[in-house]
Design a protein around this ligand. Sequence first.
Ligand SMILES: O=P(O)(O)OC[C@H]1O[C@H](O[C@H]2O[C@H](CO)[C@@H](O)[C@H](O)[C@H]2O)[C@H](O)[C@@H](O)[C@@H]1O
Length: 300
Amino acid sequence: MDCLPNNSDNKTLKTWFFINKSESNSFYSLSSDRRLASMDLKSNHTALVLADPAPLNKSTLRVSSGLLPYSGATLSQNLFLTVPTMKAGILDIRASNCLDSMESSSPPDKKSRDFNNDLESSDTDVAYRAWLLKYPSALASFDQITNPAKGKRIALFLDYDGTLSPIVDNPDCAFMSNDMRAAVKNVAQFFPTAIISGRSRDKVYEFVGLTELNYAGSHGMDIMGPVRQSFDDHSNCIRSTDNQGKEVNLFQPASEFLPMIDEVFNSLINNTKDIRGAKVENNKFCVSVHYRNVDEKVRE
Ligand SMILES: O=P(O)(O)OC[C@H]1O[C@H](O[C@H]2O[C@H](CO)[C@@H](O)[C@H](O)[C@H]2O)[C@H](O)[C@@H](O)[C@@H]1O
């Protein structure tokens, strides 16, 4: 698919497969689309990808039992996969259908506003206004954000897709503007700045290209940052070099599962090959199945 501009500005339309070290491992995200920076200011709002308790519908992911990596792996009724980890403790690998929570926190689909008839269009506008009430602009609540930060050390964590780049139909074409790059470069002079993305770390770095930032890919399963001696004793931290030969700290706590994630990727490619518009993206430590370009009727 060519990298052409489009009108679609829903934040996320896809199914996630991800690996999560612990149930309580959650993080906050500030997401936006082209029109509006939005965030839920409720203190108990966790990132979408981890917050959804809805079990996966068996037909959604179709991970065959042949993909279970170790003999001790079990697939429970609600398809939460529990695998004994090679390290201490239990590692939960959860294949979770987050569609409901992702869709409710994404703005209503603009495609239908653009192309459907007037009645449907105004319905969608009402839905969009209701969505805005639930997810107000972070910019309109700026004091609420900055006041608690006064006198404290501030670090900046930025999402990539839909925040630094516009949402586009083809994930390979989510380019960041030079103005945005300059703004991020500027702010990074004042605060430690990190980009956290569901994408692979390499891909985000390729898009952003600023060496002075920290990058966390695969929802934090792949973190690279400047060398800090204090991390040397950290069990998951190794010294590595970036693509310019500079020494860096690298955290990849799920490396042992890479072969299994590749199998999941290949299985998803196979299972979606007949769905027109579906695209499977290998994000290294997780996989995204995009259905943004799949016909609405087929999605259902
Ligand atoms: O955690 P994020 O950085 O927000 O990553 C979430 C996903 O972002 C990308 O997909 C989204 O943006 C695409 C490009 O605009 C769009 O086509 C897609 O529909 C969106 O879901 C990325 O491609 C995914 O791998 C990430 O999981």
